[in-house]
Design a binder for this molecule. Structure first.
Ligand SMILES: Cc1cc2nc3c(=O)[nH]c(=O)nc-3n(C[C@H](O)[C@H](O)[C@H](O)COP(=O)(O)OP(=O)(O)OC[C@H]3O[C@@H](n4cnc5c(N)ncnc54)[C@H](O)[C@@H]3O)c2cc1C
Ligand code: FES
Ligand code: FES
Length: 490
């Protein structure tokens, strides 16, 4: 019941209408037991960047939400005895993309992480969510497929490993059983000299793929010893095309064979017309993309030999462990404690309260804005434990025991502005009151992570913060000035 007595009192920014019981199991076994108990009414949630959007659109209305975020161990990347990797399901996209072993050995996977829509989604979104949402456009899936990944699942009857190829059934549907939790993905070791890459065609930089391609290649002199090709957003699931691979494997690499493989690939896909592209365009792009990508990777294979393991294994960062929160039932509220702008706060929240609502409506911190509500504009960006996140896609209960910084906390306690704020004013980067708070919060995270960002770093970090009025030129100048770098003349 809302504060005005209506069952679904909605303010402008309170758009997660359905109510649910919220659980925070602390072990996989507890999560499995909850799945068994609640059956089809329950959903697991990790980063929430996919599920909460569906819930806001009322395409998913679970009665029970089971958070995986308090289960230890799911956020690790470990080296297996055979030299391969096990990537925990709750490893986020950014951690995966920055992992030294992933960058050195599985470059195509790291490139797929870099190609994600926004920094905030990279920080919030997880490997498990990307693989289990069953999207044909999921960016991690093509590289995982070319590397021969297996999905590690655990259910009431124990653990099982499913080859990723068999895991993908159709859009939104995978082979996971209702009582199973994905523990992680297992990557096999790769043959000496393997190279890989990921390519993504998009309408704008922060978008899902029109078409994507991951490829892995082993070169033996002028001969292709092995090649794997996997395509996203051109069929009901991400697919490999063995017929196209067969046109090259064991043969001399020639332009004719490359053209033949690309032609076969474009004939074997089954693309559709949708908001992002047309089937006609996708077929042509697959042909061109395949040839360009194969030629570039062939060149690289000629230069690169397997990287020695000069990096320390198990270098993954761990997620911050939060306070254990009791579950919240539908229609009930619980008190959570968290630190906001350096001040300890206690607020009562419902399971479906979003961090954005709590900040704006319960703490009157209205500097954080509401725009799209589904992770596409960036105006709601705040820092959660020092990382930029979308507060419109963060359940308030997930902030318990953690530290939030909003635009109101950016200035120093004595009231003097943060160097970024000063530079925004000086360089005319304060373009509108709506976007500026979110941009500043994102940029604060950037300069804390990288004190001397290049123009490219700045533009890339801001890809999830949309400006529709002016552009990013003055903003880039302001960040360069704030970080003591040379600002180009206008
Ligand atoms: C603005 C925006 C931009 C995006 N850009 C991209 C992009 O560029 N590329 C891309 O690929 N995706 C993109 N996405 C989609 C999404 O962010 C990613 O797929 C992300 O990896 C999902 O992870 P999550 O942890 O947030 O998933 P969640 O929303 O938490 O979960 C997604 C689904 O997976 C299930 N699930 C999660 N973890 C497990 C587990 N361990 N075991 C079993 N089931 C599990 C959940 O029950 C749910 O059904 C974007 C989304 C938004 C809103
Ligand atoms: S309101 Fe959160 S990203 Fe647009
Ligand atoms: S800064 Fe808000 S639309 Fe450009």
């Amino acid at each position: 019941m809302g504060e005005n007595g209506h069952p679904h009192f909605q303010t402008n920014s309170h758009i997660l209408v359905n109510e649910f019981d919220y659980y925070e199991p602390t072990s996989v076994e507890e999560a499995i037991a909850l799945l068994q108990q609640h059956g089809e009414h329950a959903r697991l949630i990790a980063g929430g960047t996919h599920l909460l959007v569906l819930m806001k659109m009322e395409r998913e209305l679970p009665q029970v939400l089971i958070s995986l975020n308090k289960i230890p161990g799911l956020d690790a990347i470990t080296v297996n005895a055979d030299g391969g990797l096990t990537i925990g399901s709750r490893v986020n996209i950014r951690t995966l993309g920055e992992h030294p072993l992933v960058r050195a050995r599985y470059a195509g996977l790291a490139q797929a992480c870099d190609a994600f829509g926004s920094i905030q989604i990279e920080i919030m979104g997880t490997v498990g969510g990307n693989v289990c949402n069953g999207s044909p456009a999921a960016d991690l899936v093509p590289p995982l497929l070319v590397f021969g990944a297996e999905v590690l699942l655990k259910g009431a009857f124990g653990e099982r490993r499913v080859p990723l190829e068999k895991f993908l059934i159709k859009p939104g549907v995978t082979a996971i059983q209702p009582d199973e939790v994905m523990l992680g993905v297992i990557l096999p070791p790769l043959p000496e000299g393997t190279v890989s890459a990921f390519h993504k065609m998009v309408r704008v930089v922060a978008d899902l793929a029109k078409t994507s391609l991951a490829l892995m290649l082993v070169r033996d002199g002028e001969r292709v010893a092995d090649v794997h090709l996997a395509y996203g957003a051109v069929a009901p699931t991400v697919i490999r095309i063995p017929e196209a691979e067969a046109a090259l494997i064991g043969k001399t690499f020639t332009p004719e064979r490359v053209a033949q493989a690309a032609k076969i690939a474009s004939e074997h896909i089954t693309p559709i017309d949708d908001v992002r592209s047309s089937a006609w365009y996708r077929r042509r792009v697959v042909n061109v993309m395949t040839q360009d990508a194969l030629n570039a990777l062939w060149e690289e294979a000629g230069r690169v030999h397997a990287q020695p393991l000069a990096v320390s294994p198990n270098g993954a960062k761990s997620a911050v462990a939060g306070t254990v929160i009791p579950q919240i039932r539908r229609g009930e509220q619980r008190e959570i404690e968290f630190v906001v702008n350096g001040v300890k706060q206690r607020v009562r929240v419902s399971a479906n309260d979003l961090l954005l609502n709590v900040l704006r409506e319960k703490l009157q911190l209205t500097g954080t804005k509401y725009g799209c509500g589904i992770g596409e504009c960036g105006v709601c960006t705040v820092q959660l434990d020092g990382k930029a996140v979308f507060s419109c896609l963060t359940l308030a209960v997930e902030a318990a025991g953690r530290e939030v910084v909003t635009i109101e906390g950016m200035a120093k306690p004595d009231g003097s502005l943060h160097p970024l704020q000063d530079a925004f004013i000086e360089k005319g980067a304060f373009q509108c009151g709506y976007c500026t708070p979110g941009m500043l919060m994102t940029l604060k995270s950037l300069v804390e992570e990288n004190p001397q960002p290049s123009e490219e770093d700045i533009r890339s970090y801001l890809k999830g913060n949309r400006c529709r009025c002016t552009g990013y030129y003055s903003i880039v100048r302001a960040v360069l000035a704030a970080t003591g770098q040379t600002v180009p003349e206008r």
